[in-house]
Design a protein around this ligand. Structure first.
Ligand code: 2PG
Ligand code: MG
Length: 402
């Protein structure tokens, strides 16, 4: 495909922060891609921008994009992005880092154009390569209903310490599952007497973790949902201890694993993300092994633990720490890397959850990545235009494939 024009610009994400959008014009059409931003970021994520900040990244990106114009790129498969990546590396070695958010948006917009150049939808382009074109299975939604932790402001000095309380419908179709999640979300608001929404449009509350789990359980019973948690344990961990503010108490590593195991049993929790801090592989393993004794299955999910980084994913999987993991492309800043992680997960039967970030944009490409790469789940907020646009993209693909 012939690159006529590449134009980076700033846009605002759902939190009102600046992020990068890249427009690309080829003879096939006009394309654009943007990057979301995390708030509870993993320590081992690649830096989102140049160490001098987003303005420096933009300046470098503008210079880099000029060099791409009037060039021809043959992209017939994901691996053909290697030429682009090579050019990025060479440029960065001379002028400085663009950052993971920028390289992610760049690869995304090139892939969108490449798919069109090959007369395919992006999910199809990826699926043809990664899954040899077999009919893709629809993922299930993991919807964030009630929020605490870093994503939610305090109410009268309180909020749950866990970051996300999640619903996972059992419905057969994605579209039905989205409808059920929306109903459950409304019902949760009533039971909770919720006081506003957080970054991801999850309900805010000043209840404790367990009081919130009681509400979650009641809603789940009515709508026959499974429930999940993103503990995001690193966000309240420091110097060897988990510092709970609501209720005020401190847990060490052993107590923390024990507490999470008790919660899983008591509430029959199907999905637990980052139950331990991001460098505690053995703590994750302890929880995973404990759940094997239960009569029901649970997914023990790495997010900050693994940061979509193959080296960390290998360590977590080979060490028996997880049976599922979050995939956030901008954590690693490259779809080529995502592909390597996906291949490893498939070989090792690790469940893949493609996930939004708390600061999202109107780009719906995450849906294409999830279906194309064969993710079993898509994690987003339940409500809000930046989340609904991704859910709607899956629904549209599901309809098309019927
Ligand atoms: C998470 C994400 C998304 P953030 O922890 O899973 O909910 O949060 O994007 O702030 O890292
Ligand atoms: Mg998380």
């Amino acid at each position: 495909m012939f690159i006529r024009e590449v134009t980076p610009s700033f846009i605002k994400n759902s939190r009102g922060e600046r992020t990068v959008q890249i427009g690309l014009v080829t003879y096939e059409g006009k394309f654009k891609a943007s990057a979301p931003s995390g708030k509870s970021k993993g320590k081992h994520e690649v830096p989102s921008y140049n160490s001098k900040g987003i303005d420096r990244s933009m300046k470098l990106l503008r210079a880099f994009c000029k060099r791409l114009e009037n060039r021809n790129f043959m992209i017939r498969k994901i691996d053909d992005l290697k030429l682009l990546v090579k050019l990025v590396r060479r440029f960065e070695a001379r002028y400085g880092r663009l950052g993971g958010n920028v390289t992610y948006a760049l690869e995304s917009v090139f892939l969108k154009a490449a798919a069109a150049d090959n007369n395919k939808e992006l999910w199809e382009f990826i699926n043809d390569e990664v899954n040899k074109g077999s009919k893709p299975k629809m993922p299930r939604p993991v919807g964030n209903c009630i929020g605490g932790g870093l994503h939610s402001k305090l109410i009268k000095g309180r909020r749950p310490d866990f970051q996300e309380f999640l619903f996972i419908p059992r419905e057969k179709t994605f579209s039905r599952a989205v409808t059920v999640n929306l109903r459950a979300y409304e019902y949760a608001r009533k039971l909770l007497r919720a006081q506003g929404k957080n970054d991801e449009n999850a309900w805010r509350t000043n209840k404790t973790n367990e009081e919130t789990l009681d509400v979650l359980k009641a809603v789940a019973k009515k709508y026959k949902l499974r429930i999940g948690l993103d503990v995001a344990a690193s966000t309240f961990y420091g110097k060897g201890y988990y510092n709970y503010k609501n209720k005020n108490l401190i847990r060490d590593k052993v107590d923390q694993a024990d507490y999470i195991e008790r919660m899983i049993k008591k509430y029959r929790i199907f999905y637990v993300e980052d139950g331990m801090q991001e460098e505690d592989f053995s703590g994750f393993k302890e929880i995973l092994n404990a759940t094997k004794e239960n009569k029901f299955k649970s997914l023990i999910v790495g997010d900050d633990l693994t940061t979509t980084n193959l080296r960390l994913v290998r360590r977590a999987v080979n060490g028996g720490a997880i049976n599922a993991m979050i995939i956030k492309p901008n954590q690693i800043g490259s779809i080529l890397e995502v592909k390597n992680v996906v291949n490893f997960c498939k070989k090792n039967k690790i469940v893949m959850i493609f996930s939004h970030r708390s600061g999202e944009t109107m780009d719906d490409v995450l849906a294409d990545y999830c279906i194309g790469f064969g993710g079993q789940f898509l994690k987003t907020g339940i409500f809000g235009r930046e989340r609904l646009i991704k859910l709607k993209r899956i629904i549209d693909i599901e309809k098309k494939l019927k």
